[in-house]
Write a protein that binds this ligand. Structure first.
Ligand SMILES: *Cc1c(COP(=O)(O)O)cnc(C)c1O
Length: 378
């Protein structure tokens, strides 16, 4: 008997086969015109993303981390300022705040959606003020592909005069009350890292905003803070550009993205049907469509997660723990303030979450194997 083929966690190859020669041709066009930096594909892709999301301005950049960082730089966020962030997220969300010299203040998340808990956000703002900091912004995160509760975040942010930066690195393409992410916050940052729902073949990112002045500053920061005279830089910036080759690849991938979002939702539905009686399956809020960057389950109390993962692995099923430590529990972030009342939900999620293989090319047969393996491992 032959062993069943190992199941990939994310199948980049299946998408590459589907796209056939399209990617090779797109890259070939860039190799032919040789405008590797700021070539025509960058502007074309920015226009495609604007059409896809309804955002007025799209600024392609070098990574999702740069996208977040550039917005904080453009806003002049710095020492003495507090930026509120959920603690249950990828490190880049808090990292960019520290990079500009401001203080991340960590807040808890909602147990059902894993996204920012607005009651804890409110407490975090008070905590920041008590510590002598000036709360200036909140970074909402659309974790695992699901939109944060943007109406609730925006309402509190307006009351408290906070800028809202949405970290949509995992949620790009998702919608909230019928609107695609990209216009729901003052600025939205995303990543095209290969493992994200819309990924390129290297690093890339983008910022989306309806604010004309902010967009202009971001375009300047992207190229070392350049002004209208190219020999007179008017502010501190970075080398923050999106590569032309990556933009050319993304133009082709965006064409099938809508269809891939539908396939990811089908896969999520199959998992939930097969697993909801044995584990806590993810909850998508009403009026939201997730892009399922991860399909993350919670294990029943008393389950040994390491042993569970080892059992899956022995059955040919990879898994990953996003996130075994929340930011406030990690060495580099431990000394930053946390919202009054504590971060109990994030801490319990860190104990029992585990993510299963998820991509747009998961077929029902492979998923059945995974479901059987999960049930056997419990
Ligand atoms: C991936 C990710 C980022 C950073 O994106 P890069 O392109 O890898 O820099 C930021 N925030 C979240 C939530 C992410 O998942």
């Amino acid at each position: 008997m032959t062993e069943p083929a190992p199941i990939p966690f994310i199948d980049v190859g299946a998408q590459r086969r589907r796209l056939g020669s399209k990617i090779d041709e797109a890259v070939g066009r860039v190799l032919a015109h040789t405008q590797f930096v700021s070539g025509p594909e960058v502007t074309a892709f920015e226009a495609d993303l604007a059409a896809f999301t309804g955002a007025r301005h799209v600024i392609g950049c070098a990574s999702g981390t740069d996208a977040l960082l550039m917005v904080l730089m453009a806003r002049g966020v710095g020492p003495g300022d507090a930026v509120l962030c959920p603690t249950f997220t990828f490190c880049a969300t808090g990292e960019v705040v520290a990079l500009v010299g401001a203080t991340p203040v960590f807040v808890d998340v909602d147990a059902a959606t894993f996204n920012i808990d607005v009651a804890s956000l409110k407490r975090g703002i008070a905590t920041a003020r008590k510590a002598g900091l000036k709360p200036v912004a909140v970074i909402s995160v659309d974790l695992f592909g699901q939109s944060a509760d943007h109406d609730a975040v925006r309402a509190l942010a307006r009351e408290e005069a906070l800028f809202v930066l949405d970290d949509a690195a995992q949620g790009f393409g998702a919608s909230y009350k019928g609107r695609r992410l990209g216009t729901l916050a003052d600025a939205t940052a995303t990543s095209f890292f290969p493992a994200k729902p819309l990924g390129c073949f290297g690093d890339g990112g983008a910022i989306l905003t309806d604010d004309d002045e902010l967009a202009q500053i971001l375009r300047s920061i992207r190229v070392h803070g350049q002004g209208s005279d190219k020999y007179d830089n008017v502010r501190i910036g970075l080398t923050g550009r999106l590569d032309t080759i990556q933009a050319a690849i993304l133009i082709e991938k965006l064409k099938i993205f809508e269809d891939e979002i539908a396939a990811r939702n089908q896969a999520a539905e199959r998992y939930s049907q097969g697993l909801r009686d044995v584990v806590t399956v993810p909850v998508v809020a009403a009026d939201c469509v997730s892009v399922w960057a991860q399909y993350t389950i919670r294990l029943p109390g008393g389950t040994n997660r390491d042993a569970f993962a080892a059992s899956l692995k022995a059955q040919g099923v990879p898994s990953a723990v996003y996130y075994g430590k929340s930011l406030h529990q990690q060495t580099a972030y431990r000394h930053y303030p946390v919202a009054a009342g504590g971060l109990a939900v994030a801490e319990s999620l860190s104990q029992d979450v585990i993510s299963l293989p998820m991509h747009a090319y998961l077929d029902a047969g492979t998923q059945e194997r995974i479901i059987v393996a999960v049930r056997a491992a419990l």
